[in-house]
Design a binder for this molecule. Structure first.
Ligand code: URA
Length: 435
């Protein structure tokens, strides 16, 4: 294949044939195409975009780069949720066991952190022994037995996305509508789903900061997903402020368990319940989202999803005793520092982008393709927008590798969180449903 002419064609804004797109994906996945050429092509796509036809070809070639999961028809719908990426977005962790308890089968293939947004697999890596690299047969067996699995792309499962995802992260080519569409849908289409709920973020820390662009992305994924036979719906959600009160891999696992125990922050619980309610309605298990919310909420409060979480951890090799011990002592071995307010008032802004950058720079996110993460670092006890605070109140706590880094992060976070005399206008977390 003359790859140079394909780069030139996209650079000059021409359409690439589905056959050429399939070849690019296949060659890159088997290591026959060097990173620098693939990076050049991705950058050309970033600037020139892809037509609907090209996006479909890219998605399908990526899906077909490995095996697809196949589930027997046993009456339980196969469903999943996927987010376009956010700061503090740990919804997948409590949602998978909740959906399993609601009678769904959930083969959740997730990704690693991209840019300043966290990744479900990185969060799960903070659980001692937890395995995310699973063979397709094992994924199907676990889902059949316990109802859910959270794992990653692998050499057998959507390997093209694993390779391209890492390259995009290192070449500033993540925020591209067709590339996000293909990345997310290729993973989801390989799962053999009946229904998919997408959480498409907009705002300061989202890949599509403008709401209109996020809506276009949602529409592109809903349309293509439906053409491929999956009932897809998307929520447009606000990512100007972090979700929950914790950002950082291990800290987010702790907050997810709190959510499963009915102690988590309200916004996290609300989004988890909303996702479950939509999937219940999408699959016709309830007559509408209102009934779905009530069912999801009482299931979450029953404690069964918390037990299911433990079952999932056990099934994926986690050392449950070590996990529970670290959870209960709360000692993660980090140096901590608190950001406190010098004035009483209302929290009027908590900037998700700035918080995400601080967490990444503390070592919780990637600076380059092969960065090793420090899974313990991050920010906890984040004050939420609209909250009333007294003078001297804690606005957040930094967890760092040492006290010098904690101090530097504290200074930056002081700029990210503002307190004013007036309460800010309340902003909605979920602003639209795209079907
Ligand atoms: N999540 C994904 O899986 N892929 C992207 O490209 C962005 C977010």
């Amino acid at each position: 294949m003359n790859f140079l002419s394909v780069i030139e064609a996209k650079r000059d804004g021409h359409e690439i044939s589905p056959q050429d797109i399939a070849r690019i994906v296949a060659e890159y996945t088997r290591g026959a195409l060097p990173d620098y050429q693939m990076a050049a092509w991705l950058m050309a796509v970033y600037f020139r975009g892809l037509s609907t036809e090209e996006t479909r070809a890219l998605t399908i070639s990526m899906r077909d780069s490995g095996e697809a999961l196949q589930f027997p028809d046993d009456g339980r719908p196969v469903v999943d949720k996927h987010s376009t990426g956010g700061v503090g977005d740990k919804v997948s962790l409590p949602l998978a066991p909740l959906l399993a308890c609601l009678g769904f089968r959930v083969p959740m293939i997730s990704g690693r952190g991209l840019g300043i947004t966290g990744g479900t697999l990185d969060k799960l890596d903070s659980i001692p022994g937890f395995q995310t690299n699973l063979e397709p047969e094992r994924i199907v067996r676990q889902v059949q037995e316990i109802g859910c699995v959270i794992c990653g792309q692998s050499a057998t499962l959507v390997p093209a996305d694993k390779a391209i995802y890492a390259l995009r992260d290192a070449t500033a080519t993540v925020p591209s509508m067709p590339l996000i569409t293909a990345s997310i849908l290729s993973k989801k289409l390989a799962e053999g789903l009946d229904a998919l709920l997408l959480d498409v973020k907009f705002g300061a820390a989202a890949f599509m900061p403008e709401r209109e662009a996020a809506r276009d992305l949602a529409q592109s994924m809903v349309t293509l997903g439906r053409e491929c036979g999956v009932r897809v719906r998307a929520l447009l959600t606000d990512m100007n402020t972090p979700l929950g009160r914790a950002c950082g891999n291990w800290l987010e696992v702790q907050e997810s368990v709190a959510c499963l125990e009915g102690r988590g922050p309200d916004d996290l619980r609300a989004l988890v319940i909303e996702c479950a309610a939509h999937l219940l309605a999408q699959t016709g298990r309830v007559k509408d989202e209102e009934v779905g919310r009530a069912r999801a909420s009482s299931c979450l409060d029953s404690g069964r999803p918390r037990e299911k979480w433990n079952e999932m951890l056990r099934a994926q090799g986690a050392d449950l005793r070590a996990f529970e011990r670290t959870m209960s002592t709360g000692d993660d071995g980090t140096a901590t520092a608190e950001v406190c307010t010098s004035q009483a008032g209302f929290v009027s802004r908590c900037d998700a982008r700035m918080v995400g950058e601080v967490v990444r720079d503390l070592g919780g996110g990637r600076q380059h393709k092969d960065s090793t993460l420090d899974l313990r670092v991050g920010v906890s006890a984040l004050a939420k927008s609209g909250e009333r605070v007294a003078r001297g109140a804690v606005l957040c706590r930094v967890h760092a590798r040492n006290s010098a880094e904690a101090g530097a992060a504290r200074a930056r976070l002081g700029q990210a969180i503002e307190v004013s005399d007036e309460a800010p206008h309340e902003s909605l977390l979920i602003v639209e449903v795209v079907e």
